[in-house]
Design a protein around this ligand. Structure first.
Ligand code: KIV
Length: 287
């Protein structure tokens, strides 16, 4: 397969469902690629999922470049989208462009994602002007956790839903190639999906979006914490499988069952005999 591009993702609107997943490093990008992901998001959720922070506010552009580069080295066919972290697009359009360019040049991504609606139109326009495709992100935008007062579903009330629909239209008019809708009531997501000309990719936004995304570690049951939002469907329980594997390894160390003969390097008998004679001769001189 050839590399999937942002214009190809945009052209999927109302045609084929978009399959998006997060990856933060080389092995997870390889896994996403083998499974047939259309889009790999190097999400700032790396902060919670991999680095153990309580929110996404703790990662900066250096961290996102580092993880993006690891994902890029896996050479997936999927479009790689790099998340613009908090404060990488809030200072000025010039600063935003510099940070987006770092994700492309040093991180190797082919598009960036920016959280927020009409408030962010100036920085989105500046990035688009440098020919970097932008993915929007509306609804429960985790970088706004403090302003929102927690991680709550957004757009439950008429006014908030109406504002979100207007944000979505403004983002599409500005030229984003797709947008994530996170933590949004399904009927609001359906209206957005019907109203905008670009694909919507849902996470906790119901089945009516043009695609779906989940955090890979949630899908695989690889998370360190117990809490999973209701929109997550774990398809595996790899953390338990991993603990089981390590427990068996440790038990084999204790019992001496590891390593076996097959897992051991051997010296040819002749060489060993010479070596032993040498060591013995040296030991007798020392005495
Ligand atoms: O950072 C992330 O993982 C995201 C997705 C949940 C959309 O933004």
């Amino acid at each position: 397969m050839s590399k999937i591009t942002a214009p190809e993702i945009r052209a999927r609107k109302s045609k084929a469902k978009i399959r998006m997943v997060t990856a933060y490093d080389y092995p997870t990008a390889k896994i996403a690629s083998r499974a047939g992901a259309d889009v790999i998001l190097v999400g700032d959720s790396v902060a919670n999922v991999v680095l153990g922070h309580g929110d996404t506010l703790s990662v900066d552009i250096d961290v996102m470049v580092h993880h993006s580069a690891a994902v890029t080295r896996a050479e997936p066919d999927a479009l790689i989208v790099g998340d613009m972290p908090w404060m990488s697009f809030h200072v000025s359009p010039e600063d935003t462009v510099r940070n987006a360019a770092r994700l492309v040049r040093e991180g190797g991504v082919a598009a960036v994602k920016i959280e927020g609606g009409r408030k962010r139109l100036d920085v989105i326009a500046a990035v688009l002007d440098t020919e970097i495709p932008v993915m929007g992100h509306l609804g429960l935008t985790p970088q706004s956790v403090n302003a929102m007062g927690g991680y709550q579903v957004q757009g439950k009330k008429v006014h908030a839903a109406y504002e979100m629909i207007s944000d979505a239209q403004a983002l599409a008019d500005a030229g984003v190639f797709a947008m994530v809708l996170e933590g949004v009531p399904d009927r609001v997501a359906q209206i957005v999906t019907a109203e905008v000309q670009v694909p919507t990719i849902g996470i906790g936004a119901g089945a009516g979006c043009d695609g779906q995304v989940l955090v890979m570690h949630d899908i695989l049951g690889l998370g360190a914490g117990d809490y999973l939002p209701k929109f997550v469907r774990p398809y595996a329980n790899l953390a338990d499988d991993a603990v089981d594997a390590l427990e068996r390894f440790f038990a084999d160390i204790e019992s001496g069952a590891f390593p076996s003969e097959d897992e051991t390097y051997h010296m040819p008998d002749e060489s060993f005999a010479i070596l032993r004679d040498l060591v013995e001769a040296e030991t007798s001189v020392d005495r």
